[in-house]
Write a protein that binds this ligand. Structure first.
Ligand SMILES: Nc1ncnc2c1ncn2[C@@H]1O[C@H](COP(=O)(O)OP(=O)(O)OP(=O)(O)O)[C@@H](O)[C@H]1O
Length: 630
């Protein structure tokens, strides 16, 4: 199978014809010219007769001309190459809706000839079969150095598209360049400009590496490669299936697929939340399909009304330093009367304790005596990031008239690189905001010991902040005073945060193409090889669907000169991007029997996909399901 591509600015499918300048054209060759073909367009011979010798739709509505059997012209064998010996058959075939490859093509069986300046297509491999089929025309090649395509005529194109039973729509926003409409057009000159909107979305051009921090380790964002690994891990975490035998409720107030977030093995491991036993679960909400972290408080017997009043306020607080509260409900699904609070789920989140304070046993080394478990020191830069983020979170919550109450190393989560969020808010608001500041100051555990460590490891500013937080400052002590003390750190943190946004935006630019291409591939999946049309060749062998089918071969099913599959992902992505953008560049599609081909623009293939998909969408029983793919 052979495929050829050449960028063109004009927009339309064109019929492939034999070059008119070939010497000593005989009658049959003349008949191949578009003008001659058009004369006969009133009653065209059926393509099936020309190819197969019969048409199974002859008496079933086929609109083409079927000559009586005795007069039927001898058919050229299918596999035979279009040599001059088979010319009589081809001369008749011009009236049939098939396209015979008679282009002067460059076949890369020997070193390729020098490319003309404007030909940007990559070298093309042609199967030995096709090379043989096209051999007679290679002699003519020198006369057509510049890929001498015949000029497409509007009539010819219309005809060709009708032959293909096409249904191309014209996008008024996307007018093709019309040479005839241009007073200064000279036929001999190639157009030097393309009149079409720029396809800004065709390619992404990320910021040059020298201006972006993607490749290096930034404060909030790890290097690009690590970021991908991290995101992959989170995605995996989100889609984790629950292990068997957990004996958890299958469904509870619209939440399903419950997975415990901590080891709930024996009674010694029962977790406390204030005076209650508590457990964390990950679950999926069937209403919005999102994943949530559920905190279950066992045997919760407080006044329900009071509890839910606080939840409502918390649900309205949105801050990057606070794990968002979604809702709360009571349930008997666990066999008791539990209070469940649903929070935003942050995959792979660790508590501050687990991330920094938990003693990590040293790696096993045979024969070695174990040193005491090591505790990782938090770098001062990270410490300031935590202080600033917590201060900002406390400020937001205090401004909303609430108190966090959960500034505890087991309740503050490290969710991303150097990022903190206070979790488990909203369950109890009985204590005062002042207590938040004291808890904030005591975050490190034993305060006296912590002060000593701080003095040794960190700058005096860290100790100043800690002392401010734990000292009794009277009723007027507030979070605003803390923010004043650390204002220079806040500014630094703000710079880092903006830098992180830039870095992530740059990463996003690189991924921008993905969604479009996946949507396009989904459409291909919907359209191609539909089993209900398996016995209906008109579905895939005519019109829009036929072009889509040939295009799919062109994109995915190329082979090299030895007949081996070509798996060139760049080719696939480039083709799909051009298709999605609907460019005017044209591509030559070749039928599977290599006996016919069609030059068609990406714009036209796009409209074929749209029309075929639209046809399916109209027949779809669930309109909501189709809407999302447009
Ligand atoms: N919103 C959340 N998103 C993702 N994971 C969370 C979320 N909240 C908590 N977790 C995870 O759930 C696990 C248990 O949380 P929990 O608050 O119970 O911590 P804990 O260390 O078990 O404390 P306690 O001893 O008080 O139970 C932790 O590993 C934590 O990372």
């Amino acid at each position: 199978m052979a495929f050829f591509t050449r960028p063109q600015s004009a927009n339309a499918a064109i019929k492939i014809v034999r070059p008119a300048t070939a010497p000593a054209e005989d009658e049959q060759q003349l008949a191949l010219k578009p003008s001659a073909a058009r004369k006969d367009s009133v009653q065209r011979h059926c393509r099936n007769i020309m190819i197969y010798g019969s048409c199974k739709f002859e008496n079933k509505g086929c609109v083409y001309y079927h000559p009586p059997a005795p007069d039927a012209a001898p058919l050229a064998p299918r596999a035979e190459s279009p040599t001059k010996a088979s010319a009589p058959a081809l001369a008749q075939a011009v009236n049939a809706p098939v396209f015979v490859p008679k282009l002067p093509v460059r076949i890369q069986t020997s070193p390729p000839p020098p490319e003309s300046s404007y030909v940007t297509a990559p070298p093309i491999h042609v199967s030995p079969n096709t090379a043989q089929a096209l051999a007679p025309y290679q002699d003519e090649q020198p006369q057509y150095d510049e890929y001498a395509y015949s000029t497409p005529s509007v009539d010819g194109l219309t005809e060709q598209m009708q032959e293909m039973n096409g249904n191309f729509y014209a996008d008024p926003q996307y007018d093709a360049y019309d040479p005839a409409a241009d007073g200064h057009y000279f036929a001999a000159q190639a157009p030097v400009f393309v009149r079409q909107p720029l396809n800004y979305h065709l390619y992404s051009s990320p910021i040059p590496p020298s201006f972006s921090a993607s490749a290096t380790d930034a404060h909030f964002v790890p290097p690009s490669g690590d970021l991908r690994t991290l995101l992959q891990g989170r995605s995996e975490d989100l889609r984790m299936a629950p292990p068997h035998g957990l004996n958890l409720p299958e469904e509870m107030q619209g939440y399903h697929t419950l997975i415990p977030l901590e080891n709930i093995g024996g009674p010694t491991e029962r977790r406390k939340f204030g005076n209650w036993n508590s457990n964390m679960y990950r679950a999926v909400n069937s209403l919005d399909g999102a994943t949530y972290a559920l905190r279950r408080i066992e045997n919760y017997r407080l006044n329900h009304q009071a509890a839910f009043g606080a939840i409502e306020t918390w649900a309205s607080i949105r801050h990057p330093g606070v794990v968002a509260v979604h809702e709360a409900f009571t349930t008997h699904a666990f066999g008791d009367s539990s209070l469940v609070v649903a929070y935003a789920y942050h995959p792979k989140a660790q508590t501050l304790f687990d991330a920094h304070l938990k003693l990590t046993p040293p790696a096993y080394q045979p024969g070695a005596r174990y040193p005491p478990p090591a505790q990782m020191q938090v770098p001062e830069r990270t410490l300031w990031a935590y202080i600033v983020q917590l201060a900002a979170a406390v400020k937001r919550v205090h401004d909303a008239g609430q108190a966090l109450r959960m500034i505890d190393v087991t309740k503050v989560l490290v969710t991303e690189k150097n990022r903190l969020r206070v979790g488990s808010c909203g369950i109890d608001v009985h204590l005062l905001q002042q207590e938040d500041l004291t808890m904030f100051g005591r975050l490190g555990g034993n305060f006296q010991k912590s002060l000593e460590v701080m003095g040794r490891l960190y700058s005096p500013e860290v100790k100043t902040v800690a002392l401010f937080l734990v000292n009794k400052g009277g009723p007027h002590k507030n979070i605003g005073q803390l923010l004043e003390i650390i204002s220079s750190k806040v500014a630094a943190e703000m710079g880092e945060a903006l830098g992180a946004a830039d870095t992530l935006e740059n990463e996003l630019m690189g991924e921008l193409e993905n969604a479009r291409l996946v949507r396009l591939l989904c459409k291909f999946g919907f359209i191609n090889e539909r089993p209900e049309f398996a016995r209906e060749p008109r579905w895939s062998e005519t019109g829009d669907r036929y072009i889509i089918k040939l295009f799919r071969d062109y994109v995915f099913h190329q082979i090299d000169e030895n007949g081996n599959p070509v798996l060139n992902l760049s080719h696939v992505l480039t083709c799909l991007s051009k298709l999605d953008a609907g460019t005017d560049e044209r591509v030559m599609l070749v039928s599977r029997d290599e006996q016919s081909c069609l030059v068609v623009s990406y714009k036209e293939i796009k409209s074929c996909v749209e029309s075929a998909f639209g046809e399916l969408a109209r027949a779809a029983t669930t309109p909501a399901a189709t809407g999302g793919y447009r």
